[in-house]
Design a protein around this ligand. Structure first.
Ligand code: FE
Length: 161
């Protein structure tokens, strides 16, 4: 068999392997969202405020959360499932009264979805593992990303590095 055909075959197999791995991750995440916890279980395990925000897409009042002015060094996890979302290294004071980050821990650390509520076009930020609502991302952040991930304190749990 010519070398080029062997190479093409190997490349095709590698691509199939990648596709399969991606599908596995996607299926696992979908399953996690659907089977992570029932609504009744979320109500039992989250505080009323966490439930309102994470499961009901609510927003805490500005300047009331525990993390908007917090300057600890560490990682912010999803308050519902513990998935790592943001690093303190990418947190900044936006002056809005909500914890603000210019970038997530990794591009895939958060999920994004269009939000047409309140008569505005916004991008919702969600936990990619449990599907919990975290906040929104806006295009008025600082460099280098120019993005502002505006996140509810109640959706976060801080962990020291
Ligand atoms: Fe989560």
């Amino acid at each position: 068999m010519p070398t080029s055909k062997v190479r093409t075959g190997i490349a095709a197999l590698a691509a199939m392997g990648c596709l399969w791995a991606c599908r596995e991750v996607h299926m696992a995440k979908r399953e996690a969202k659907e089977t992570f916890k029932t609504d009744k279980e979320w109500k039992e395990t989250l505080t009323p405020e966490q439930y309102h925000i994470l499961r009901g897409k609510g927003t805490e009042n500005a300047f009331t959360g525990q993390y908007y002015a917090f300057k600890g060094t560490g990682t912010y996890l999803c308050a519902a499932c513990g998935h790592p979302l943001f690093s303190s290294q990418k947190k900044y004071d936006s002056g809005t009264g909500w914890p603000s980050f210019w970038e997530p821990l990794r591009e895939t650390a958060v999920a994004r979805a269009p939000d047409h509520s309140l008569g505005r076009e916004r991008t919702e930020v969600l936990c990619p593992v449990c599907g919990g609502h975290l906040g929104h991302v806006f295009e008025d952040g600082p460099p280098p990303s120019g993005l502002r991930y505006c996140i509810n304190s109640a959706a976060l749990r801080f962990a020291v590095q």
